[in-house]
Design a protein around this ligand. Structure first.
Ligand SMILES: [Zn+2]
Ligand SMILES: [Zn+2]
Length: 115
């Protein structure tokens, strides 16, 4: 099981199962939403993600995509697209031990490119 938390530690989450997609996304919306050059993500089925503390705020970052962040400190936590209903992407940098889930791809994969 993987565990993660936001910068202020109000949000804590757990992830069951094995991440099967791990990337660094350089798309314009990831850059804007994080105010950083790129965002590292890993992917699991939505049921694998469990919020155990704190509160997430969500917003639509494009027609098909919803992103969440910690309501208190703003740390980006998840990405979901209606194009991929069987997936939730979680920010690798919010893991307690990010090195357990290193990005394998550095290009922008189509599945997370436009949201
Ligand atoms: Zn926080
Ligand atoms: Zn992106």
């Amino acid at each position: 099981m993987l565990k993660g938390h936001c910068c202020c530690r109000a949000v804590r989450y757990e992830v069951d199962g094995t991440p099967y997609h791990s990337t660094g996304c350089h798309c314009s919306i990831c850059r804007r939403a994080s105010a950083a050059p790129f965002v590292a993500w890993f992917t699991v089925p939505p049921a694998s993600f469990r919020l155990v503390a704190g509160e997430l705020t969500s917003f639509k970052s494009s027609e098909h995509a919803t992103r969440t962040f910690c309501t208190r400190c703003g740390t980006p936590i998840t990405f979901q697209s209606t194009h991929y209903p069987d997936e939730i992407d979680i920010t690798t940098g919010s893991l307690t031990t990010p090195s357990r889930c290193r990005p394998r791809l550095t290009s922008t994969p189509p599945r997370v490119s436009a949201g």
